[in-house]
Design a protein. Structure first.
Length: 185
């Protein structure tokens, strides 16, 4: 715990430095890449913060973490009033650090994707985060939105974007799967 306390601010410094550097970038696409990297690092830094606040060092209160992470994403990516709302239904559950890292990055990628692409200007909607625990203590994480959906050209089973590739990679060890609500998705 003492070691963790002495280094807990280090993960929070990295996105701050990247954000400052990104301000100097004039190319919008490059700046967006910096912003996405900062978001990923912030989601992991939040895990360190939650771990420090927990009673033990083996498990994290995932409900609190998921709420904080999604609220941070909304604050970072929603400039001004918007008709996009967040609805979270997360049952209380303690998860291992490794599981929280995977789930946190999955949430990060999918919520960012929804904020960026699911709701064109003027379109209102909801991003839903749901975590359920069944009678066998198995957890189900569901991230969805009621936006415009993935374009037909996006192959969810062989994604080309780093974000969706990360989602697939992170879901695999959790025996998770990636699916869309569109026919054949």
């Amino acid at each position: 715990r003492e070691i963790h306390h002495s280094v807990k601010n280090n993960p929070q410094i990295v996105p701050s430095l990247l954000t400052r550097q990104a301000r100097r970038i004039e190319d919008e696409d490059t700046r967006a890449l910096f912003d996405e990297s900062c978001s990923r690092i912030r989601s992991m830094a939040l895990i360190h913060e939650r771990l420090y606040e927990s009673q033990g060092l083996a498990a994290i209160d995932f409900a609190a973490y998921a709420r904080d992470l999604t609220n941070d994403l909304f604050k970072a990516y929603m400039a001004g009033p918007s008709g996009i709302r967040l609805q979270t239904t997360v049952e209380p559950v303690q998860l291992s650090v490794d599981t929280v890292v995977h789930c946190g990055l999955i949430i990060n990628e999918l919520v960012l994707n929804a904020l960026k692409y699911a709701f064109p200007p003027g379109r209102e909607g909801v991003i839903y985060i749901q975590v359920e625990v069944d009678e066998n203590s198995e957890c189900t994480l569901l991230v969805r939105d009621n936006g415009v959906g993935f374009p037909e050209a996006v192959d969810l089973h062989r994604p080309e974007t780093l974000g969706l590739q990360l989602v697939h990679t992170l879901a695999h060890p959790l025996t998770g799967r990636v699916a869309s609500g569109r026919p054949g998705g």
